[in-house]
Unconditional design. Structure first.
Length: 332
């Protein structure tokens, strides 16, 4: 069957999903409907904010649906009326079976990891935080459990030492959009061969083996505030990976304690320098002009971009022009 004749129902929310939707539309594929979240109040004025997927769908003139409840019968009737052949889900909420089982060819998801590793809400962040050197994208068929369906296709992507969650996100977004189109073509041509996640091979860097020789699956749960706090008693490489994996959002953070106050600080870029006998973890060393370093377990972390509470992110030289006596503080 000609893949461009398949009636596609697309479900997604953030910018990560837009790249695939755009590639489908610009490639001439038949997107008959787009489902995204309802507008939500955001910012100090609580102005209603549209999702990135909604903004693109409106600009492309695509039929748009924003149900409050995915099991709402009126919404389900609207989707049935589209008679979709194939569903595609990217960065959306969990779907009820009434939705994902509706398209006659089923529904597949694009996930930003090499499944079965890094199932969950934050696969890009955790891959960088854990110091992985490879990750990728996966398309898989939806079933009753999150991120566990049979795999259709995968594409590997290297993680470089310079990568942050932000740069990796952008690269995976583009590679993922290519994989989505390839998956649609394979399904239309009858070439798709779903493989259970229980048997598919994955790169050794994506997981470790237990004492029984079985591979331990790494998970990617939602990032909490506590996950973002820097423990300066940890090795420097681990700290830098945490900073990279949380940059630009939500941002790694710490608390500077001074003689008279405490200040919350977010750190977006840092570099590790090993040392044999560093100062006590959390000690701040600065020339008060251009350089800020913090002692950790096995050396020093040079802070390259940081943000004091209520301020904008700045390089050290700019921050130090307005903040004197930083060496009198210590990270708790």
């Amino acid at each position: 069957m000609d893949a461009r004749k398949l009636k596609i129902l697309f479900l997604g929310t953030p910018e990560f999903a837009v790249a695939s939707l755009r590639r489908l539309v610009e490639g001439g594929y038949n997107v008959v409907g787009v489902v995204t979240v309802p507008d939500k109040p955001a910012g100090r004025g609580l102005k209603l904010q549209q999702s990135a997927v909604k903004e693109y769908a409106l600009s492309a003139g695509l039929p748009l649906f924003q149900p409050e409840k995915l099991r709402d019968e009126a919404f389900l009737e609207q989707i049935r009326a589209l008679a979709p052949d194939l569903g595609i889900v990217i960065a959306f909420r969990m779907l009820p079976e009434a939705v994902w089982a509706m398209p006659r060819l089923g529904t597949f998801n694009l996930h930003a990891s090499l499944l079965p590793h890094y199932r969950g809400a934050a696969p890009i962040n955790w891959a960088v935080i854990n110091g992985e050197t490879r990750t990728g994208v996966t398309t898989f068929m939806l079933n009753h459990q999150i991120d566990t369906g049979d795999i259709l296709a995968q594409r590997e992507v290297d993680i470089t030492p310079a990568d942050t969650a932000g740069t990796l996100h952008d690269r995976l977004m583009e590679v993922g959009s290519e994989l989505v189109v390839e998956t649609v073509e394979a399904i239309a041509a009858g070439r798709a061969r779903p493989v259970s996640q229980n048997v598919i091979g994955t790169p050794a860097s994506a997981g470790t083996s237990g004492n029984d020789g079985q591979q331990i699956i790494k998970e990617a749960p939602k990032i909490s505030k506590d996950d973002c706090r820097i423990d300066w008693s940890q090795p420097g490489e681990r700290i830098v990976n945490l900073v990279r994996g949380l940059s630009p959002l939500p941002g790694a953070w710490g608390v500077m304690a001074g003689p008279e106050d405490e200040i919350m600080v977010k750190i977006f870029a840092a570099e590790f320098h090993p040392a044999c006998d560093p100062a006590a973890p959390g000690t701040i060393i600065s020339d008060e002009r251009t350089r800020i370093e913090v002692a950790c377990l096995d050396g020093y972390i040079t802070l390259e971009q940081l943000q004091l509470a209520g301020k904008r992110p700045l390089p050290p030289a700019e921050l130090l022009r307005g903040f004197k006596g930083i060496a009198s503080y210590t990270f708790k």
